[in-house]
Write a protein that binds this ligand. Structure first.
Ligand SMILES: C[S@@+](CC[C@H](N)C(=O)[O-])C[C@H]1O[C@@H](n2cnc3c(N)ncnc32)[C@H](O)[C@@H]1O
Length: 139
């Protein structure tokens, strides 16, 4: 009896019940996560719009990017950086395993006619032979 009670009260081992991926891909959490990403009032999922614009400007100028530049964003989420780079004329690839964030990102790219290719995949499975050359960025 003691052993049964002990096992019922024991804490699960880390990641025994859920994985880190569940944080992003579980449908309920992913919905909450997307709304946090898109909320300009908070800075703890995506950074605020001003920060994103300032970062993209800095990267664009520092690496002397232009319309021939190809940029890959690993963990692009709803595509706030990918969209911003594409608006400046770069050819952009976004990679993420959150389906609903990617759906949102694709809808924005379509509405705004932005040249962005999105891949639904775990970026840890990315094969460097498929490299998107010139520059890769991780946010
Ligand atoms: C904190 S959010 C940032 C999203 C975006 N970069 C931004 O700043 O707005 C992290 C993103 O990385 C994605 N992510 C985390 N681990 C990943 C993995 N192993 N493969 C693909 N995407 C991943 C999540 O789904 C999520 O969209």
């Amino acid at each position: 009896m003691f052993n049964t009670l002990k096992s019922l009260c024991s804490k699960p081992k880390a990641f025994e019940k859920t994985t880190v991926a569940d944080l992003w891909t579980d449908p309920h959490r992913a919905t909450q996560m997307l709304s946090n990403h898109l909320n300009p009032q908070n800075d703890w999922s995506s950074r605020n719009h001003e920060f994103i614009n300032t970062s993209v400007n800095w990267i664009w100028n520092y690496f002397d990017l232009g319309s021939e530049s190809r940029i890959a964003d690993f963990g692009c989420g709803p595509g706030m950086y990918t969209s911003s780079f594409a608006k400046r004329g770069a050819k952009v690839t976004g990679i993420d395993f959150s389906e609903n964030s990617l759906e949102y990102a694709k809808s924005i790219a379509q509405k705004q006619s932005l040249d962005i290719t999105y891949h639904h995949m775990n970026y840890l499975d990315f094969d460097s032979n498929d490299t998107f050359d010139l520059i890769t960025l991780i946010f």
